[in-house]
Design a protein around this ligand. Structure first.
Ligand code: ADP
Ligand code: MG
Length: 394
């Protein structure tokens, strides 16, 4: 994928940098600073170029009004600590006060501008608001992939008004996603799990067109098994989606090999440490629920990974929040991490629960790339153009 990077940007100018500082906060305290740390490489790269840095970000959902509890104010001192340098704050992301505060910065100086969503024009992608933002700097850097699926004034509109570049975090994300689906080293294997088929129909359809193999697990596999005529007892399934499941299987035929579970872990109760057993697909009782993939299926997935160069994964293979139903996901994640560490597999994963599951398995750091971008990651897996990314393309 061809887009402009920070190296291509001019030196000694003012950069307007869109970051994702939508951090979890409790009583005015930041409880997880991952997103602040993610912005440091871009800030440092721009400092090294002698640029002033004005940070644009949204926080929460103030719906176009000034809501004091949704101020980005508390973020500035937290960023200051991580950066070990002063971070100024302006209480509006446009206008004269922001302009003079930026003018007062020295080379490499950093300022955080107040919540872009205090303006109704932000989410409307109002050209006038984008123009006022653009007037504050010489060029634009987007480092917020997680907000790139929205065409807002600070994520899309502004990128058309001044030269626009991808930040370091954005660059890492786009390069990883390109390596996984855009231009992957084949064969490419997908693993898709999670609760429902209905939330991931577009995703499944896009993947069968792009992958060599697709393994389906989790609750959504139950719907596929049901569609194939298996007795699935009291398992979570969307029986009304059986036609959709059959259509996906038919569309994949001859193009993308679909791997469904060949054995499963079942239990009568859905709770942690419930009495469980592994069984074949013909052996599920009416009062049992499928809560994980079985060990034979895990072996199949491990083999499929060994015979692939690239893995793209979204969705846990079982009810990973409740042991022992985390085991399928944990074992497959560990196998993927092993292969990725030894350089045999490019392993890319993303999705809210998927990230939690990989952390639970203790392997998130061993994957080639784990996207924490949530909605933007899923839309990208669905094959949708992300407006914030499109605006950076050359
Ligand atoms: P992500 O957030 O990574 O996109 P999803 O939200 O689609 O993933 O799915 C995650 C959820 O799916 C988890 O809460 C997990 O417990 C649930 N799940 C997976 N397998 C099963 C199953 N067999 N029965 C019930 N729930 C399941
Ligand atoms: Mg989820």
């Amino acid at each position: 994928m061809s887009f402009r990077r920070i190296e291509d940007a001019p030196n000694n100018k003012t950069a307007l940098v869109r970051v994702d500082f939508n951090v979890p906060m409790a009583e005015g305290q930041i409880t997880d600073d991952t997103r602040l740390r993610a912005a440091l490489p871009t800030i440092r790269a721009l400092q090294a170029k002698g640029c002033k840095i004005a940070l644009l970000a949204h926080f929460d959902r103030p719906k176009g009004k000034r809501v004091p509890e949704m101020s980005l104010g508390p973020v500035a001192p937290a960023l200051e600590k991580l950066l070990r340098a002063p971070v100024a704050f302006a209480d509006d992301c446009v206008g004269d006060a922001a302009k003079s505060a930026i003018a007062a910065l020295g080379a490499g100086g950093v300022i955080l501008l107040e919540n872009t969503r205090f303006h109704a024009g932000e989410e409307r992608n109002d050209p006038e608001l984008a123009k006022q933002m653009a007037a504050l700097g010489d060029f634009y850097v987007n480092d917020a992939f997680s907000a790139a699926h929205r065409a807002h004034a600070s994520t899309e509109g502004i990128a058309h008004l001044i030269p626009a570049y991808a930040g370091k975090q954005m660059e890492r994300e786009l390069d990883a996603l390109d390596a996984a689906l855009g231009n992957p080293k084949r064969p490419v294997l997908g693993i898709v799990g999670g609760a429902k088929v209905s939330t991931k129909l577009d995703l499944l359809q896009n993947l069968i067109a792009k992958l060599d193999k697709l393994a389906i697990g989790g609750g959504m596999a139950n719907t596929f098994l049901f569609a194939q005529g298996h007795e699935i007892g009291g398992s979570l399934a969307e029986k009304e989606m059986a036609d959709n499941a059959r259509e996906i299987l038919a569309a994949a035929k001859g193009k993308c090999e679909i791997l469904l579970p060949v054995d499963v872990v079942v239990a009568k109760e859905v709770k942690a440490h419930a009495q469980a057993r592994i069984c074949g697909l013909k052996d599920i009782a009416a009062d049992e629920k499928i809560l994980d993939v079985g060990e034979k299926t895990v072996r199949h997935l491990r083999d499929a990974m060994k015979h692939s160069h690239t893995l793209i994964w979204n969705g846990p293979l079982g009810l990973f929040e409740m042991p022992p139903f985390d085991q399928g996901t944990v074992l497959v994640a560990q196998a993927a991490a092993e292969l990725a560490k030894s350089g045999k597999l490019i392993a890319v994963a993303g999705g809210g629960d998927t990230v939690a599951a990989l952390n639970h398995a203790g392997v998130a750091d061993d994957f080639t790339f784990v996207s924490t971008a949530g909605g933007a990651f899923l839309e990208w897996m669905e094959g949708k153009a992300l407006p914030g990314v499109e605006a950076l393309k050359t």
